[in-house]
Design a protein around this ligand. Structure first.
Ligand SMILES: Cc1ncc(COP(=O)(O)O)c(C=O)c1O
Length: 441
């Protein structure tokens, strides 16, 4: 980008001449998905679920096929579809038999649903800090949070990468904990050659509109434990009604209390998801190739820390996070993001607020007039949600983290090059941006 003239800034933020958006948003819905949806519409059977024991308990043809195809694609023995990853996560926690008085350690840096799934089972989320190379749980922080009440670790594969699962599994084995894996952002990623969603106790995928593959709204649980799968099916479809009949078929079938709801996926959504699943590897490969170019380019800027490979994993890039070093460039992250936005490349700033700083945790209140489950006879303990408990998360949120989607199709390698050229222009005009920063602080 050769827009700079001698002695004059050409940055849109400073000249006031905003550049229209230069990156396109992702949409991979093709004719195949449209035809699949029409096929279901023509069948006039939009759901095959019935909320009682019998053949309709597990859903219709498309739902059952989607689940079979998930098992095949990921090499697991059970897949249970849901109408979202949020409901699937809630069911995964319930399937593990977690409830009031129990603690589940999870990450402080994730989409809120990962932690709400614990709370909605009336258990206590305990937030551990993250590792700023993986953006996943820091095993050392997890180890420090273990208590006699800990029942599980809920790990999140954030942005499409994974935490250090070997270390988490060692902790889980020592303390006899379940690992629940929130794989909403990482379908098709691998950790040490194994696909995510296949090697923990129970894992959850998302099929919402923002994900690499999507059907509008949807989610899937994968697990190699048939008992957990069965309990997830009960939570999905009014389990309290059918528990006698269904648990009789289960070898581990002593009655365990369970209440379900309607978390069922429709036939139309399942049919769309089946087409999307076929495209997963191709879509991931495009992103991986483009990210390699982006990461190489970002290495030229001393004030940016790209997301470089760490551990033995293959990431899939739901988002691409990178870190901003104000001390190396002299203006703030806010000014940088404003300059990029003005150039047509909006960035995500800070990702999400550390979960424990949200009002429900700060006030320890999810019901009016009650502090249950945070303060209750079932939980004669106390959990801290004080600011400062996860310093790495807070640093990333407040000062360092930025995220881009510029590598996602239909954007091309040229879009990435334009993005990198824009960074070079910003670096050249750093002095002007420092002045801007001072006047706009
Ligand atoms: C890490 C993570 N977990 C859970 C969810 C919830 O997914 P859904 O929208 O399918 O409920 C999301 C959605 O963005 C997510 O990113």
């Amino acid at each position: 980008m050769q827009r700079r003239r001698e002695g004059m800034t050409t940055l849109a933020l400073l000249s006031g001449k905003m550049v229209p958006l230069r990156q396109k948003s992702y949409n991979e819905i093709g004719d195949e998905e449209c035809e699949a949806a029409v096929r279901v519409m023509r069948s006039r059977k939009l759901s095959g679920f019935i909320g009682r024991a019998g053949s309709g308990f597990l859903g219709g043809e498309e739902v059952l096929e989607l689940e079979r195809e998930f098992c095949q694609t990921f090499g697991v023995s059970n897949a249970v579809s849901f109408n979202s990853a949020s409901t699937a996560l809630q069911a995964a926690v319930a399937a593990c038999g977690i409830g009031p008085g129990d603690e589940v350690i999870t990450t402080s840096y994730t989409m809120s649903a990962s932690a709400s799934a614990i709370l909605l089972n009336n258990a206590i989320p305990v937030f551990a800090d993250i590792d700023d190379r993986t953006y996943g749980l820091d095993p050392a922080s997890v180890a420090r949070r273990i208590s006699p009440r800990t029942r599980a670790i809920l790990a999140v594969n954030l942005f499409g990468g994974t935490p250090d699962y070997d270390a988490l599994q060692r902790i889980a084995q020592t303390h006899e904990l379940r690992i629940i894996e929130d794989n909403a952002q990482a379908p098709g990623a691998t950790y040490k050659g194994k696909k995510t969603g296949t090697f923990t106790d129970i894992a959850v995928f998302s099929l919402n509109v923002h994900k690499v593959i999507q059907c509008g709204e949807g989610g899937v649980i994968t697990t190699n434990d048939p008992h957990l799968a069965r309990r997830a099916q009960l939570v999905r479809n009014h389990g309290e009604v059918v528990v006698d009949d269904v648990m009789d078929e289960d070898p581990a079938s002593a009655y365990e209390p369970i209440v379900g709801s309607n978390y069922r996926l429709s036939e139309v959504h399942a049919a769309i998801a089946r087409e999307q699943l076929k495209k997963l590897d191709r879509l991931n490969a495009i992103r991986q190739k483009r990210v390699a170019r982006l990461t190489e380019g970002l290495k030229h800027f001393s004030w940016i820390i790209p997301w470089e490979d760490s551990l033995d994993m293959s990431r899939v890039y739901y988002l691409y996070p990178f870190r901003f070093r104000q001390e190396a460039i002299g203006f703030s992250r806010k000014t940088f993001a404003a300059a990029m936005k003005a150039e047509g490349f909006p960035l995500g700033v800070g990702y999400v607020k550390p979960i424990y700083l949200m009002p429900v945790y700060q006030q320890k209140r999810m019901f009016p007039g009650s502090q249950f489950p945070f303060v209750s006879t079932e939980y004669p303990s106390s959990v801290s949600y004080d600011a400062g408990i996860c310093p790495v998360t807070e640093r990333l949120y407040e000062r360092e983290l930025l995220a881009t989607t510029v590598y996602q199709p239909p954007n091309t390698e040229e879009t990435i090059d334009a993005f990198l050229d824009t960074l070079a222009c910003i670096e050249k005009d750093a002095t002007d941006l420092r002045d801007y920063d001072l006047t706009h602080a």
